[in-house]
Design a protein around this ligand. Structure first.
Ligand SMILES: Cc1cc2nc3c(=O)[nH]c(=O)nc-3n(C[C@H](O)[C@H](O)[C@H](O)COP(=O)(O)OP(=O)(O)OC[C@H]3O[C@@H](n4cnc5c(N)ncnc54)[C@H](O)[C@@H]3O)c2cc1C
Length: 407
């Protein structure tokens, strides 16, 4: 009863727990002993598990009922995340789709888009990817160069490249931010599109990571034709649409942390199993510091939950939770590796993936430096970073930047 559940929430938690208890044997095993190895088999098993979770009402908890969700609040979503974590089963496969892109379509899409895409997304029949970052536009997302030009018949032609695209290798659709008017300042003249990943002219190339998995991709677009109704949100108003996705990204990473297993008691259990480590004062001190940070993240998360349940949008301070969470979990990985030794990185270790994946999470969803800048400027009121691009048409920016460098 972490959250001091109300009687209704306690009853909901009980209901979620009972379903998971009854069905957890059907969940795919992803880590440790008996884990699935083949990437296609893993994806198929996780899709099937997502379908079961969706049918049981444990996916899209906060989505409105008319789109197949439960119409419940963020607190119920966290209850589901916590119970999934406690049951030791994986969550849904398409966290990006259901957590971030679906809510963006609900907020900005047309009725046709909502009717066509949301149901298959929720049930894992069609996985989605987020195509925002480019080789020269990550932190500075509004600097994207992928271009979409409109034809006389209203259709669009897309050219450019995205990178870091998680799940593109098996996604059916992607939500893509493109530049549609380079003569406007860089945050304007952007538009969001729904792109079928099997469209002619789309090339997907996997990027293998240190964890051994290839979750990311480069995606290239060569004269990809999109119908007029592929636009999601206003033409040239794509920055507002993207901000909705980014807000949900922050909330998904922050509130989903317990579902991802970043949990001090789990670390304590593994470390406590080693008798020498259990008695070592330095190990105990390091573990206590990690637990304190994770506890503070949990309470910051509850503040976010309170804001969300009152219909407010979480402010820039929630970036602090992401920075604290990721750094605490990285330190936990280091401590586990120190205690367990090289075994911690063996193929069957339940920690190998966490240890090798976490440094990447420092960049995903906003890098540490960018989040610290935002906290400095918008929470602490420090002077803003100098900006050369304000009000200048995107097409003239390169020349202005060159002038500034040579001045
Ligand atoms: C695990 C993972 C999954 C991802 N999945 C997706 C996805 O599905 N779709 C997608 O579109 N993108 C995805 N990304 C990309 C992610 O959004 C970018 O990595 C992130 O925005 C940073 O951009 P960048 O990698 O281009 O780094 P850059 O922006 O080039 O930054 C490089 C370094 O410079 C620092 N820096 C940059 N600007 C400043 C500044 N003004 N002040 C101080 N320091 C600065 C950064 O903090 C960083 O350390 C993913 C990334 C990771 C790691």
């Amino acid at each position: 009863m972490d959250l001091n559940d109300t009687p209704e929430q306690a009853q909901y938690r009980e209901q979620v727990r009972a379903w998971l208890e009854e069905h957890k044997a059907e969940a795919p095993v992803l880590r440790g002993e008996g884990a699935l190895k083949d990437e296609d088999e893993i994806v198929a098993a996780r899709r099937e598990w997502q379908r079961k979770l969706a049918e049981a009402g444990l996916a899209g908890v906060t989505w409105p009922k008319e789109f197949g969700g439960q119409g419940l609040g963020p607190i119920e979503q966290v209850i589901v995340n916590q119970e999934i974590s406690k049951a030791g089963v994986p969550g849904i496969l398409d966290v990006i789709g259901v957590g971030m892109l679906g809510p963006t379509i609900i907020a900005h899409g047309t009725d046709e888009q909502k009717g066509r895409y949301l149901g298959p997304m929720l049930h894992g029949d069609e996985v989605w990817c987020q195509m925002f970052s480019e080789p020269a536009a990550g932190s500075d997302l509004a600097g994207i160069q992928t271009r979409a030009r409109q034809n006389d018949d209203g259709s669009w032609v897309l050219n450019g490249q995205k990178v870091w695209t998680t799940n593109a290798q098996f996604a059916s659709y992607g939500l893509l931010l493109a530049r549609t008017d380079p003569d406007q300042p860089k945050h304007k003249g952007l538009t969001m599109f729904v792109v079928p990943m099997d469209a002619e002219g789309v090339t997907i190339r996997g990027l293998r990571q240190i964890s051994g998995e290839a979750e990311f991709n480069e995606v290239f677009f060569d004269d990809v034709r999109l119908d007029e109704d592929a636009v999601c949100g206003p033409v040239n108003g794509g920055w507002g649409t993207a901000l909705t996705t980014l807000m949900y990204e922050r909330v998904t990473i922050g509130l989903g942390s317990e579902g991802m297993g970043y949990n001090a008691s789990r670390y304590a259990e593994a470390i406590g199993a080693d008798e020498v480590a259990r008695a070592d004062s330095e190990v105990r001190q390091r573990l206590a510091e990690i637990a304190i940070d994770l506890l503070s993240v949990r309470f910051t998360g509850y503040r976010t939950l309170t804001a969300l349940s009152k219909g407010q949008i979480p402010g820039p301070e929630s970036g602090l939770a992401k920075v604290t969470l990721v750094n605490a979990a990285i330190r936990a990985g280091e401590l586990l590796a120190d205690v367990i030794g090289p075994e911690a990185l063996s193929e069957d270790s339940e920690w190998a993936y966490m240890i090798s994946f976490l440094p990447g999470l420092k960049s995903a969803g906003g890098t540490e430096e960018i989040l610290r800048n935002t906290i400095g400027e918008r929470v602490l009121g420090l002077p803003p970073e100098p900006r050369l691009d304000k009000g200048i048409p995107f097409s003239e920016l390169k020349a202005k930047e060159r002038e500034a460098v040579s001045a």
